[in-house]
Design a protein around this ligand. Structure first.
Ligand code: NAD
Length: 330
């Protein structure tokens, strides 16, 4: 059986990546849509052959509870709306995939996890790189200590923002923050999954060159994590630098990715040479894996708890910027 997925929010990521990926998936398909824009409903229903009975808007969304064609709701909205729609979906009896960053803060993540547990539904975060072969190789090399213990990690993710100055990503109430929330979360993830450990403390600083565009949100942030045992790693996020790398040094070698976090074109190298892995459709792999988890009642490798861990780190980074001190990640 192929499970039916309904995408909530038909913006850039749904239209550009998820809907095309759902044409390639084997265990799930694009069954429904939830949109506040009637013209998009028309366009999508024609393009993807979606019946009217599987089309909802934000107000009648809860009626999805009565629709057996929808098994999974995929929340692809501005960050401030993730919590509401995840909880409404779970209450409607649907399994949920929620996009990154999971929510505005860790407290909201905790509520989302609790709501899905209470409804006995599975919750997953759109962490596509857990299914990407080069990133999976970073996990293997680091976690299995293939080149010995990891002694350093440096990572950065960002791009030069030239988009709409009025976009939700630049409004704190909608995004919760700037490049750290949007791009930095990949570097935090990359550090955590290369080590297979969670940082205990963070010290962070912020740089801002464009106070007009980034009036409400962070432009560039640099951080240092402290892990159990004392290892320190560095990372940074930016809306004003084109970064996208994940570099690890171990006792007996190096391994790194650059570009590390894109939808494709990932390149990996170790001190032994180039990593030889295929580029895959990450979103198709991610959604198929979740569909199989639901079908086989198996835990997903990227549950809500993974999103919560990153949000705890992000909360502590913002606290450190305000306090100017090292902060405990709690
Ligand atoms: P987008 O701006 O292109 O789309 C957002 C959608 O939400 C639009 O369809 C918009 O109409 C709708 N919306 C509903 N209420 C809104 C409001 N009050 N303000 C603005 N838009 C509103 O954004 P996107 O790039 O598609 O991002 C959506 C989510 O997907 C975000 O959480 C983002 O972080 C995530 N994302 C993830 C990846 C990934 O690789 N995993 C990539 C891109 C985006």
């Amino acid at each position: 059986k192929k499970l039916g997925i309904a995408l909530v929010g038909l913006g850039g990521y749904s239209g550009g990546q998820l809907a095309p990926a759902l044409q390639q998936t084997k265990h799930c398909y694009l069954a429904g849509i939830v949109t506040g824009t009637p013209s998009k409903a028309d366009e999508w229903s024609k393009k993807y052959n979606i019946p009217d009975k599987n089309i909802y808007n934000y107000s009648n969304f809860d009626e999805i509870a009565k629709n057996p064609a929808i098994d999974i709701v995929y929340v692809v909205l501005p960050v401030s709306m993730h919590k509401e729609f995840t909880i409404r979906a779970a209450k409607a009896g649907k399994h949920v995939i929620c996009e990154k960053p999971m929510a505005l803060n860790a407290a909201d993540c905790t509520e989302m996890i609790a709501a899905c547990k209470k409804a006995n539904r599975m919750l997953s975060i759109g962490y596509r790189l857990h299914f990407e072969p080069h990133n999976m190789e970073m996990m293997r090399l680091g976690q299995k200590k293939v080149y010995g213990k990891v002694t350093a990690i440096d990572t950065g993710n960002g791009f030069v923002y030239r988009g709409d100055p009025n976009a939700w990503r630049l409004k704190k109430a909608l995004s919760g923050g700037g490049a750290l929330m949007d791009m930095g979360v990949y570097s935090i993830q990359g550090t955590r999954y290369t080590l297979g450990q969670n940082p205990l403390f963070v010290t962070a600083t912020e740089q801002k060159t464009n106070n007009e565009l980034f009036k409400e949100v962070d432009e560039t942030i640099m951080w240092e994590f402290e892990f159990p045992g004392g290892l320190k790693t560095t990372g940074k996020s930016s809306y004003n630098n084109n970064w996208g790398y994940l570099k690890a040094t171990a006792e007996k070698g190096q391994f790194s990715l650059e570009p590390a976090f894109g939808y494709g074109g990932i390149k990996g190298t170790t001190h032994e040479g180039i990593m030889n892995f295929p580029q895959i459709n990450q979103q198709a792999a991610q959604m198929d894996d979740f569909a199989l988890c639901v079908l086989n009642k198996k835990q997903t490798r990227v549950p809500g708890e993974e999103g919560l861990k990153d949000m705890k780190v992000i909360d502590a980074i913002y606290r450190s910027i305000v306090s100017g001190k090292k902060e405990k990640i709690v």
